[in-house]
Design a protein around this ligand. Sequence first.
Ligand code: GH3
Ligand code: MG
Ligand code: MG
Ligand code: MG
Length: 317
Amino acid sequence: MTAVLLLVGDRPFSDKTLERIRPLTEAEINTAQSYGEAETLIYSSPPDVLLLEATQPLSWELCRQLKQAGQLGWIYCILLEHQPASVPTATVPISSTIAALEAGANAYLWLSAASATATHSEGERLLKAHIEAGLRQSKMHRDLSQENNLLSAIALSDSLTQISNRRAFDWELPRQIKSAQEKAADLSLMMIDIDYFKVVNDTHGHLVGDEVLRLLAERLKHNMRFDDTPYRYGGEEFVIVLANTGKAEATQIAQRLCQLICQHPFRVNQTLALALTVSIGVASLRRDEAESGMELLQRADQNLLKAKSAGRNQIVS
Ligand code: GH3
Ligand code: MG
Ligand code: MG
Ligand code: MG
């Protein structure tokens, strides 16, 4: 992934800066002539380093805005000002550096007019060092967030079936309930338990049992509506939260699922296809009712027990 540097300022600033920084970095350099354009670029594909024309008040505004929008706080931001040839050894006043840091930038730099010699001036070396510091910071951030995403994916998925796990469900359920209440929408919960699963293990061994769990998870995933995520709640129990779904519709969905499972045996390998059934407990929350996730879950579980004692391979809602 190539590092990207975004240059924001008027035409003369961009042209002058481009000419000076091209030899300093291998990063891809993009330019934005307006602040609107800059914002769009920053939010759609954040650059690694942002170089802003320090004499434009809007640059400072943009810094403050990025600082406030915390998630963009890691973009390395440099306020840059070109000094005329008449001030060859000028250094930035401490007060300007302080103001820049307070606004959320990482540096305030002056670049004096190019000297006739081929070597880089101190100002250029300082700018180069800052760009490199910015690229290091940005790479570290990207690596960390990638690692973070991977760890969350591991923490929230079930290692056997690869679907979401109990931890993900515990996190998601209260949020779904809250969102249903805010939208004044119904919500239902399905708790699914394989019937006589112990017999599968006892007859065919645990590896076959494992494969059945994988196949069932897959079947749940592929036969539910897009937003109805199945979770592995525990052993051979699965739960599905049905957003925007009242009792009548949830009952129909559960019945359809129950049929789908008992009518199509699970092909474990070339020689073994197991006919299985499930029992399902459904609990629904009407838009005008308030209930905690725990209570809703408890009702689904009670209905599941009723389905079991009524003979299994059925649903109770
Ligand atoms: P019921 O109809 O009452 O639900 O009967 P059951 O046999 O399905 O229920 P029970 O609770 O007695 O047994 C569940 C079994 O699920 C016992 C346990 O060994 C098995 N199990 C739980 N997790 C796994 C797993 O990850 N892999 C395998 N192979 N078996 C598992
Ligand atoms: Mg069980
Ligand atoms: Mg069971
Ligand atoms: Mg049981």
